[in-house]
Write a protein of this length. Sequence first.
Length: 174
Amino acid sequence: MNNKPHSKETKAKMSELAKARSTSFKKGYVPWNKGMKCSWVTKTKKGIPLKEETKKKLSKTMKGRTSPRLGVKLSLEQRQNFSMAQTKEKFFNGFKSTKNHQLRTSEKWVSWRKQVYERDDYTCQQCDVKGIELHPHHIIRVKDCIKDDNLNLVYDVNNGVTLCKPCHQLKHKK
């Protein structure tokens, strides 16, 4: 290759060729893909809801599939990290479940829940609707009972009320 600098004439020719090749951002220039929809951007990403037919096709396609993480064994270190995150401890001190989890998975809890439902005749006490998804609601929160070390109050039927799912969500938003 020649290491000589370009002459003014050559630079002018190169400049003209570059201007002729450049088509972007010219006034009045219409790009080749104007008005075309991008195939790689899904409608849901644009905020456009999917049609019912598309939802059914997706549902049919996904049926029978399992999570790619299902059955994957976690290492001891990963399990310890998850346990520490759940119990909010800085150092691993053995596998534990939270007090809240222990309470909500006990037989006493199941019994308390059933007693509250039966007392309220399986009816939402807020809107008097029957036959929909019900939730037992603690009048004095479980969190407060644990903090005050008053676990008997967690299972006290008089501390519970039956609510439907929407009423229960509204109750917790207040």
